[in-house]
Write a protein that binds this ligand. Structure first.
Ligand SMILES: Nc1ncnc2c1ncn2[C@@H]1O[C@H](COP(=O)(O)OP(=O)(O)OP(=O)(O)O)[C@@H](O)[C@H]1O
Ligand SMILES: [Mg+2]
Length: 255
């Protein structure tokens, strides 16, 4: 059975009744995709294409005008609670410490605080946050803050994680460290991961497959399976695959 299936998803944002005569905005155009359990799939495409909107559809926050979303074979179109989501701007609550930020998602689902805190505590080491239980977000590094937000998402304990540019705001060095860390973490978690990024190298390094989306309205332009043993940046296969991806991104950016 597929982990996530998107069947012919289209979506248009209505301009509303603002009376300003703005046109409707078609954002998603007939997206069809089936993702294998345990795969790491990166989504890449121009800014404003509709990537975050697609994730809002997958996680059930937006009900698309057309099409269906299935998770583990179950119809979940427009229903939340089946996919753990880390949105693009996932801000931590500055007045809560690390543990209480990590438990925020579970608490929202009605898990008692003590139980949620215990589960967060068990995972702190895996997220490189050992000893920072009581720290407040303002005192953490950017990478640590992103790991707290990721921990909050992972604690929801869903088979599918949707991460919208989780490392987008980090400097190059921290980003690299986070990529290495996530690569290691994913083998331990064994979850299906959907991941939006603008960074081709990040996508090649982390994922099993890469979906290239077109300019808005987003269509699937190409789907690459990342070759096994692709190696690192100076590897010939890496360079060749990166070139192919860059070419299709150029095509994606064409209006
Ligand atoms: N709730 C909404 N109502 C109306 N328009 C929206 C809404 N959400 C997004 N849009 C519009 O839909 C388009 C796609 O937005 P989206 O956030 O999905 O793009 P994106 O591919 O994630 O971009 P980026 O790479 O910059 O994050 C944009 O033009 C945006 O203005
Ligand atoms: Mg986005």
């Amino acid at each position: 059975m597929k982990s996530v299936e998107l069947r012919n998803i289209s979506h248009t944002f209505a301009s509303g009744r603002s009376g300003r005569g703005l046109p409707d905005l078609k954002v998603l155009d007939q997206i069809d995709l089936a993702i294998e359990p345990g795969w790491f799939t990166a989504f890449i495409g121009p800014s404003g294409a509709g990537k975050s909107t697609l994730f809002n559809v997958i996680t059930g926050l937006i009900k698309p005008d057309q099409g269906q979303v299935l998770v583990s074979g179950e119809q979940v179109t427009g229903k939340t609670g089946h996919v753990a989501y880390m949105p693009q701007k996932d801000l931590l609550l500055p007045w809560r410490n690390v543990i209480r930020n990590a438990t925020a998602g579970l608490e929202a689902l009605g898990t008692p605080v003590a139980e949620a805190a215990e589960r967060a505590q068990e995972m702190l080491g895996l997220f490189g946050l050992e000893g920072f239980n009581e720290a407040y977000p303002g005192t953490l590094s950017g990478g640590m803050r992103q790991r707290v937000a990721l921990l909050r998402t992972v604690l929801l304990d869903k088979p599918v994680l949707a991460l919208d540019e989780p490392f987008g705001a980090l400097d190059a060095l921290t980003r690299r460290q986070m990529q290495l860390w996530l690569a290691e973490l994913r083998t331990r978690l064994g979850k299906t991961i959907l991941f939006i990024t603008h960074d081709i190298e990040e996508a090649l390094f982390l994922s099993d497959e890469i979906v290239v989306l077109s300019n808005r309205p987003a269509r699937i332009l190409r789907r690459f399976t990342v070759p096994e043993g692709i190696g690192s940046m100076d590897d010939l296969l890496f360079i060749k695959t990166r070139k192919e991806l860059l070419d299709s991104l150029k095509e994606a950016e064409r209006p």
